[in-house]
Design a protein around this ligand. Structure first.
Ligand code: ADP
Ligand code: MG
Length: 270
């Protein structure tokens, strides 16, 4: 079953998209596990209906011998979805990237994820340091998707992530499945995102519009799939899940130079 990683700039909509995708995949009958790899540890909030306080790193810190059980770190959310949060370092001590390395090693050592499970890694991609690159570097995920809006800094982060994927694709199975556009209503956003995706040898797999139902559901601590199952937005997440489920067009990206990126955004009048 597919092992997917969702990367993108902080605040761009990775966790919202990941949680809605997990919910949609579970509706399709998949056994889903979502792993939050962001020290913010709110990846699974919409699935659990609460902020997960029992992160892998917290559980490791609290245990006397550094050992944890699967039951301590895997929490069951909406529709039986398994939720894990890697957690973050204590403020001022340690490194967030290192935290992800430790957390993913623990999960692997416990054999907590079965081959038949569909896994979504929700990973912060502002910096693709050793830790944040682990899901793509160590073969945890093979199908990578990047969430971006049409804003320059979001595309800049997306381009950097593409650089990381290109590097690790040479020696492994990791490939870019596409760009997931998450709308910020910038000038000609769809055109900017489509051209960016094509230029880096990928495709815009979906454009998710900005919709207040997402924020209404968030206040209820629910995904749109759960809170407003009949809404257009819920169907958009379902369509994206179906496309990702059958996506075999996975490629090695060819990132742009910063000048090319600036030119692209400039061309469309941002
Ligand atoms: P990230 O995980 O990338 O840091 P989040 O998923 O937490 O970002 O999203 C940041 C904010 O943007 C949240 O308040 C979320 O509800 C909002 N958001 C994300 N996608 C949409 C959308 N399509 N429409 C409206 N609001 C959105
Ligand atoms: Mg997040």
């Amino acid at each position: 079953m597919k092992k997917i990683a969702i990367y993108g700039k902080g605040g761009i909509g990775k966790s919202t998209t990941s949680a809605n995708l997990s919910a949609a995949f579970s509706e399709m009958g998949h056994k889903v596990c979502q792993i939050g790899c962001d020290p913010k540890n709110d990846s699974t909030r919409l699935l659990l209906g609460r902020i997960c306080r029992e992160t892998v790193l917290d559980m490791v810190r609290e245990s006397e011998d550094g050992e944890v059980t699967a039951a301590q770190i895997i929490h069951t959310g909406f529709n039986g979805i398994q939720c894990v949060e890697a957690g973050g370092p204590e403020p001022g001590v340690g490194c967030a990237g290192r935290g992800i390395i430790v957390a993913l090693e623990k999960i692997r050592a416990l054999g907590a994820i079965a081959e038949e499970q569909l896994v979504i890694y929700d990973v912060l991609g502002d910096v693709v340091c050793g830790g944040f690159a682990v899901p793509i570097r160590e073969g945890y995920a093979t199908d990578i998707y990047i969430v971006s809006s049409g804003e320059l800094m979001s595309l800049y982060a997306a381009n950097n992530i593409a650089k990381g994927i290109q590097k690790f694709a040479k020696r492994g199975k990791v490939r870019l499945g596409g760009i997931i556009g998450n709308g910020r209503n910038t000038e000609n956003e769809l055109e900017v995102l489509t051209e960016f995706a094509t230029k880096i040898n990928s495709k815009l797999i979906m454009y998710i519009p900005r919709d207040k139902v997402v924020n209404q559901a968030e206040v209820q601590r629910k995904t749109v799939i759960e809170w407003a199952p009949e809404s257009n937005q819920a169907d958009i997440y379902r369509t994206l899940a179906k496309k990702m489920d059958t996506n075999e067009d996975l490629r090695i990206p060819e990132p742009l130079s910063f000048e090319e990126l600036e030119e692209l955004v400039y061309k469309y009048g941002n």
